[in-house]
Design a protein around this ligand. Structure first.
Ligand SMILES: [Mn+2]
Length: 280
């Protein structure tokens, strides 16, 4: 099944601005299970979306769904192909580790890329449960191995050593506690941050009342409209060259999480397309 198949006329891949890449990896999930079912559930839920996202009709830019990518290498190959076509890869996880497949491809493509991460957790550990490729280490790999500048939004679970890692790699952060009552900051990206940005959205960055279906839910997360506002602002402040939605773990008998996640994917596609149209 393809993303929004019910609404989209099939076009060849190179005629589409957005390439949805299902990536159901779940090798290191540590708490709740089920992220390997995230992409299929999100795509099934997308069939219920309105083509109009509240502002306009993003699918007119063309949305292509690729074959399922089941390893970091295969994810990288799909992302590389999308970048070569001038398209925006949209990765559907799977556990957060899938982001690394995309980031490695971004790094190999040449131009510097910064990472903006919406997440409850910092994911800055060097190893977790014996693995450097754990979902809890994915942003550490980005900053340390790939040298990518990082901005974190919505974090509310971070260890003491991770706080040190933040300092060492000059990670900018807008933690959930700082965002709870204040107006949103105007400048999300520090001075000198690369103008090309990869956006990674861990669904647990949102409050579990919005998306309960995730392995490690943390109270006190971002609200729906807060998240949409943040994404709109980020897409206007830089060029989003790719994004992902990860850690969706569907709950049997409830469609709330996958539908909200599908909506988030579609609204983000819309925000990126509108930002491109508005760019000089
Ligand atoms: Mn994460």
């Amino acid at each position: 099944m393809h993303f929004l198949e019910s609404e989209i006329e099939r076009r060849p891949r190179d005629a589409c601005m957005f390439h949805v890449i299902p990536a159901p990896l779940a090798d290191t999930v540590s708490y709740g299970q089920g992220t390997e079912q995230g992409p299929a559930a999100l795509i099934a839920a997308s069939q219920q979306l309105e083509a109009h996202d509240g502002t306009d009709v993003p699918l007119r830019a063309g949305i292509f769904t690729t074959e399922t990518a089941t390893s970091l290498d295969l994810i990288g190959q799909e992302v590389t192909q999308s970048l070569a076509m001038g398209a925006v890869p949209v990765l559907l996880g799977g556990e957060h580790t899938v982001t690394l497949g995309a980031l490695r491809a971004m790094a190999a493509a040449g131009d510097p890329v910064g990472v903006v991460q919406i997440d409850a957790h910092a994911d800055l550990r060097d190893t977790y449960e014996g693995s450097q490729l754990s979902h809890a280490c994915v942003m550490r790999r980005a900053v340390e191995d790939l040298g990518m500048p990082l901005v974190q939004i919505g974090v509310r679970a971070i260890s003491e050593p991770e706080l040190t890692v933040r300092e060492r790699f000059k990670v900018a952060s807008f933690d959930a506690a700082d965002l709870r009552s204040a107006p949103l900051p105007r400048d999300w990206l520090p001075e000198g941050f690369p103008p090309r940005v990869y956006l990674t959205i861990d669904v647990d960055g949102l409050d579990p009342s919005v998306i309960p279906g995730t392995g490690t839910p943390e109270p006190g997360g971002l609200g729906w409209w807060q998240t949409i506002d943040i994404i709109n602002q980020i897409t206007r402040a830089c060029v989003v060259v790719g994004f992902d939605i990860v850690e969706l773990a569907p709950i049997a008998g409830s469609h709330v999480s996958e539908f909200a996640a599908a909506r988030l994917v579609y609204n983000t596609i819309g925000a990126i397309r509108r930002a491109k149209d508005a760019a000089p």
